[in-house]
Ligand binder design. Sequence first.
Ligand code: GCU
Length: 596
Amino acid sequence: MLVFSSLQCYTTCMQTIYLSHLHDQAFRAKFHQKQLACDQLVTLTGRTSIPLEGPWRLCPDQYDTCLRAGWYAYTGKETTPVDCDFEFWKEVIVPSVWNTEHEPWEYYEGSMLYRTEFASSQKEGTRTFLVFEGVANRAYVFLNGIYLGFHEGASTPFSVEITASLQDRNTLLVCANNTRSVSSVPSENTDWFNYGGIYRQVHLMQVSPSFIRHWYVRLLDAHTLGIDIELSGIHDSVQVVCKELGLSLLVAVHDHKASVQVPFTGQVWDIENPKRYTFCLQYGQDRVEDTIGLRTIACRGNQILLNDKPIFLRGVCLHEDHPDFGRYVNENLVRRSLEDAKLLGCNCIRLSHYPHHRYMAEIADELGMLLWEELPVYWAIAFSEPAVLADAKNQLSELILRDRNRCSVIIWSVGNENPDTDERLAFMSSLASLARSLDPSRLVGAACLVNEHTLCIEDRLEACLDVIGLNEYYGWYDPDMGKLKILLEHSLKDKPVLITEFGAGAKAGFHDAEAALFSEERQALFYKQQFVLLLGSPTVSGTFPWLLYDFRSPRRMNKYQGGYNRKGLIDQSRRHKKLAYATVQTEYRRIKEQGR
Ligand code: GCU
C-alpha cells in the first residue's frame, strides 16, 4: 500500500517512482496480489444503498501510466510536474460503457480511468462497503489514494469494505481495463462486441457491525422450505419472518451460519402464476428483505419438470447489447426484452454467453419467465491454466451468490462450444460440481459438441450435466438440413436435450422471393424446416432460436451484416420484427395449445 508521511518524502519518492516505473515491466503483479473475490462479496439485494451514479471524470490510459507512475495517489496539490489533471478529464455518466460516451472511444480497448468524489455519511458504529455490479473486464480500485484491490470478470458483482479508509470527502478512482487476453474468461475471440467501462451501478452500502452476508431460500422438495444464512457478527440467532406463510422463526447461529427447514404449504411460483413471498431477516440491527418465488426444478429421464410437471422450454437467446447503450441496461430495457420474448410465446430465455444484469432475473421472477444463466467459458479458453480456472470459479460463485434466490433461474451453464480436450473436461467438470455445491436446487448445463462423423451428440462432459445443450445450424452454416434429422435420431438421451442455438441471418427489410441468403424469407424458411424436425423428435425438450435481437459483432463484416450478427428475429433497434418472428411465434403458440 503506497501512503506518504510528508510532501518532501513524497516528492523525492515521486522522482524515484517517476524513474523507477519506467523500467518495471511487472508493475501489475503487485496490484494482482489483492483480489476482490467472491469471499468478500456482500449481497446487495434487499438492502438500501447509496448509488454513486451520475457524472464521473473519465480518461483513457493506453499505457497504464496511472498504475505504473502512481497517478492514483495524486492529490492535485503536487508542486512538481504531474502528468494528469482529474478536473481536465471528460465528464461521463456512470453507469455506461465508454464506447457510447465519446466517438473516439467507440473501438477503444485498454485502460480507462474513472474518478469521482463523494462525501461520506457514515453513521457511528456502521460498516461501509463499496459494491460494483459490473466493470468490464477488470477493475483496479483506489480510495483516497489507497489501493483497495483488483477484480477480474466483466459480468459479476464485487464488493470491498472501506470503513477504515473513509474520510469526510472521498476520491474514488477506478482503472477499468477491457483488454482481451488468452488467459481471461472469456478469452480473446468472441462473437460479441467487447465493450468497456463501469457499465453497471456502483453503490455505497452501510451495514451494522453484525450483518447478514448471504441468504439462500428455496424449496428442497414440493413440501419443504430450506433457508441457509451466512452471517458476520456476534449474535447467536437470526430472525426469519414471512408473514404470508405464517413464518416467524428464530434460527440459531453456529460458526456464522444458520440453517432451517420448515414445511411449505404455500403456492408455488410458476410461469402462469409467478407468485412470490416477502422474506425479512433480522440479525442484531441488520435487516434485509427479499421477494422470493418458490418452485422446484428437476429432470426425469429426458424431461424437465417444473414443480413436478413436465415442461417444454419455448426459449430464445439474448445478448446484453443495445445500439445506443452497448451493454448498459436499465429496468425498462430489461423489461422490454422480457416482454418481447413473452410476446414471441417464450417461457424461457438463454442469457448468452455471460451473466446479464441482476434486473433480468428480478423482473423474470416478477413476470414469470424461466432463465438459463451462463458463464463466459466460450470457445477457446486456457483450460490448463490454474489461474484461469480460479477466475472462472470465482465468476461462477459471484453469479450464484447474486442470483440463487431468483426462482426464474433454472439452469447454470458452465460454457459454450468448447474443444473436447482433457483439460477442458477437467475444467468444466469442476465448474459443474462447484455449481452443485453452491446450489444443489438447480440444473447444470452447457452447450455441447456434436460428433460430425457419427452425427450424434457426443460429449464426455454430458456425464456431469443435468441438461445437454446442442447448438446446430443445419440449413445455414451447413446447408444439409437432412443431417439434423439423423442427428436427432442418433441422440436420444436419458437426459433432457435442449437446442440451445439454431438460427439464420437476415438483414431487416431485405426481401427476396427466391429466399436468397440474408433475406427475411430465407430466415423464416429456415425456422419452418427446423421446427418440423425439432418438434417431431422425442429427443428435444426445448428450443432456443439464436436469437431475439441483432447484436454487434466485430466478426461480422459482410454487406448485410456491417458489424452486426443479423440472426435476430428482431433487428437491433428492437422495432423491426422480421418474418421469422411470426414463424417462431406460430410454432410456440401451437406447442402451448398442445399443453407441452
Ligand atoms: C455460435 C455461438 C454464438 C454465435 C453463433 C453464430 O454458435 O455460440 O455466440 O453468435 O454461433 O454463429 O451466430
